[in-house]
Design a protein around this ligand. Structure first.
Ligand SMILES: Cc1cc2nc3c(=O)[nH]c(=O)nc-3n(C[C@H](O)[C@H](O)[C@H](O)COP(=O)(O)OP(=O)(O)OC[C@H]3O[C@@H](n4cnc5c(N)ncnc54)[C@H](O)[C@@H]3O)c2cc1C
Length: 415
């Protein structure tokens, strides 16, 4: 029998950060996951802790990109037709969120959140001895000169508004920063304040260890078995029954499944993505994440090699990896950087948990007592996780939040 103030469901970056912040504020916290902490989406991402990121990930609008997607030629976006047909209402809502007003709202929220993301990572890294994974390397955006380059105008506009540094680079400037990149016809934007990690899974694991060291408990269990009984949250596990006053849902791409059981319906969809590691060709090296925005992939130097992470794959969350998406990205990546042998034989596949407006859900249930939500961090959950954990702890304790979270209200999609 385990009694806690709060049970946190899900031990990805969002869950471990939430658990750590609650524990730091003196609560008895039990964190649960059906797997070892940090083995799902928080394991396989590109490891970028992004100081910029003021424009939501855009809905594909250019006719040539749409044609490439439909004919399976795009390395940036892949689709499974049946999945996409099932997602039509969500996709229409996502498209509506590309309006100027939504972009301005997104930028306002992200402007205040991104101001704090680096310090929140640093705080948790210090508490959990994870500093060794962090690099103050900045990150490099590449895009073909021409119309593709002006697509980044919004991002650069808001960077100036929020005082975030960037430098525009020509081919020589790109080579000056990363001598082994071959980027003919590309322009670059270097974002020096962004950081990156050499293993996002190891960072998540380290924060979890820090939480346990600080007196938190971790129990392997299935969140689907959680019940609300006699005014308490109850979860039977192999190690006895857990009861708690509050429950926080931090189940990433699985969050909506859990919430539905309690009558809460959220428009959470997934944009899958993949990764595969490569050895660099002899003598070649990369010192920071590089994103090719024209072709939709990222190359990040990681502990296991150069990690190639792919763009968006609109396929069923539980389907096997989409090897053709990885193959298309690999072909383009090899033109940019001298990749050698692949380290693994099979790609990793994960699911970005996405709401139509690209913002997470953070707040309290108005239908079920003491049920809290912290999920849907989409393309930037690794960046936002530590801050999101802090905001959740502040909300749950009734404290003033570090930033205004009203735009993350769980019921903003209800009309
Ligand atoms: C290819 C790719 C690249 C990305 N690159 C970046 C990047 O560079 N920077 C960035 O900021 N973000 C990036 N992201 C996004 C980021 O990885 C995610 O937003 C983030 O990891 C989500 O974290 P989470 O804790 O919400 O979910 P998860 O890490 O998926 O954690 C959810 C946890 O819930 C557990 N769980 C699920 N169901 C149950 C159940 N029934 N019972 C118990 N436990 C359960 C799972 O086991 C898992 O541990 C990328 C994502 C992808 C796919």
């Amino acid at each position: 029998m385990h009694q806690a103030d709060v049970i946190v469901l899900g031990a990805g970056i969002v869950g471990v950060s939430t658990a750590m912040h609650l524990r730091q504020r003196g609560l008895d916290v039990i964190l649960i996951d059906r797997r070892y902490p940090g083995e799902e989406t928080s394991y396989g991402n590109a490891g970028v802790v992004e100081r910029n990121g003021f424009a939501p990930h855009p809905f594909p609008s250019s006719p040539s990109l749409i044609a490439q997607i439909l004919f399976g030629q795009s390395s940036a976006v892949s689709i499974d037709l049946r999945t996409v047909l099932n997602m039509v209402p969500w996709l229409l809502s996502y498209r509506r969120c590309g309006s100027l007003k939504h972009i301005q709202d997104y930028a306002r929220v992200m402007g205040s959140m991104r101001e704090l993301v680096l310090e929140e990572h640093a705080r948790l890294a210090e508490l959990s001895n994870a500093q060794r994974f962090y690099r103050r390397s900045g990150w490099l955006h590449l895009m073909k000169a021409g119309p593709g380059f002006s697509a980044g105008d919004t991002e650069r506009h808001y960077a100036r508004v929020f005082g975030v540094e960037y430098r525009e680079l020509d081919e020589d400037g790109i080579a000056g920063l990363e001598r082994d990149l071959r980027a003919p016809g590309y322009k670059g934007i270097f974002w020096p304040q962004t950081e990156s990690v050499s293993s996002p899974g190891a960072v998540t694991e380290a924060i979890w260890r820090g939480f346990v060291k600080a007196g938190g408990k971790f129990i392997t269990a299935d969140a689907a078995k959680v019940e609300r009984t006699r005014g308490q949250w109850v979860l039977p596990t192999d190690r006895g029954e857990i009861t708690s006053s509050h429950a926080v849902v931090a189940l990433g791409p699985w969050s909506a499944d859990f919430c539905r059981k309690f009558g809460e319906d959220f428009p959470l969809a997934v944009k899958r993505g993949h990764h595969l590691h490569f050895r660099p060709r002899s003598g070649a090296s990369l010192s920071r994440p590089v994103v090719d925005l024209t072709n939709g992939f990222v190359l990040t130097p990681m502990e296991k090699g150069i990690r190639l992470t792919t763009g968006v794959d609109f396929s069923n969350r539980d389907a096997p990896p989409n090897k053709s998406q990885v193959a298309k990205a690999e072909r383009k990546a090899r033109m940019l950087f001298p990749l050698g042998e692949a380290v693994e034989s099979e790609p990793w596949c994960g699911s970005r948990p996405c709401l139509p407006d690209s913002l997470p859900i953070l707040g309290k249930s108005s239908k079920v007592a003491n049920l809290w939500f912290n999920f849907g961090h989409g393309h930037c959950g690794f960046t936002l996780g530590p801050l999101s954990g802090r905001l959740m702890a502040e909300l749950l304790l009734g404290h003033k939040t570090a930033v205004d979270v009203s735009a993350l209200n769980p019921y903003r999609f209800d009309v």
